[in-house]
Design a protein around this ligand. Sequence first.
Ligand SMILES: C[S@@+](CC[C@H](N)C(=O)[O-])C[C@H]1O[C@@H](n2cnc3c(N)ncnc32)[C@H](O)[C@@H]1O
Length: 293
Amino acid sequence: MPVGGERTLSAEWTIREVLNWTRGYFEDAGIIQPRLEAEILLAHALDVERLHLYLSPDKPLTVDERAKFKTFIQKRRAGVPLQHLIGEVTFFGLRFKVRRDALIPRGETEELLDRTLRLVARDRDVRCLDLGTGSGVLAVCLARYLPRASVVAVDVSRQALDLARENATLNGVADRVAFQESNWFTDVSGRFDLIVSNPPYVESGAIDGLASEVRDHEPRVALDGGTDGMEQIRALVSGVGEHLEGDGQLLLEIGHGQGERVSCLLAEIGLEDVTVELDLAGLERFALARRPA
Ligand SMILES: C[S@@+](CC[C@H](N)C(=O)[O-])C[C@H]1O[C@@H](n2cnc3c(N)ncnc32)[C@H](O)[C@@H]1O
């Protein structure tokens, strides 16, 4: 195959052959789910559902399809995240556009959302604030799954806010999500029943050691939590007292090993029922607290 490697393809390049070849090509590059990623990228290049690949394995690719797919797999092998190549992700059952302007949403953040939704009755009028909205996943899902909610989505990055706005429109909730460019609470007014945030919490010194897929392709402002990983958490928590309603809930995504320090911060500002919970991998990942009524 023109992109290199020992394996060969027939002149026809059928779907089956291309998938088998690409699985090996990705495996050699250390990509963890080589067959799955090959299928996702081929389906994207052909503009079909993945199922179609199984229904027509002997169909040859056209010259244009080959060229498009070849570009995708070369970029993927060079470390471009799969999500950036296909331009979207599914998060909590909804579709979101993704690009370099904002963090690629993670499974742990779906767990944060799940915890949030379990705290609020669906039919409640609830004012929600998403601090550091990025692609807008939390804000948009809150608006979609809590039909009477009004949501404010904040980010310091204008590019992230543009993406979040597109995602609110894509998911039909643009009328219930307000977007605010702000350094945490600096330009935020009012009080909220629910404040959620997945702030940057990686220690600055650890960023160089992250996988290149993350380090070189995701915005540093979405990752960098300062020297001890806690600088942004401290900055945002300092504004919570003024903006969280009595009996309101705060839910934060945090880094493993930050639980005790975050709990102390939340207790210091007078929040109650402070708990730290583990994610599905068994790591400290969520801090929850309530403001006394
Ligand atoms: C870890 S990302 C989370 C993005 C999104 N909420 C998610 O869970 O996928 C953190 C977000 O916080 C934003 N951010 C960083 N510093 C900020 C600040 N001082 N004020 C507001 N937002 C900030 C970043 O731009 C980024 O979008």
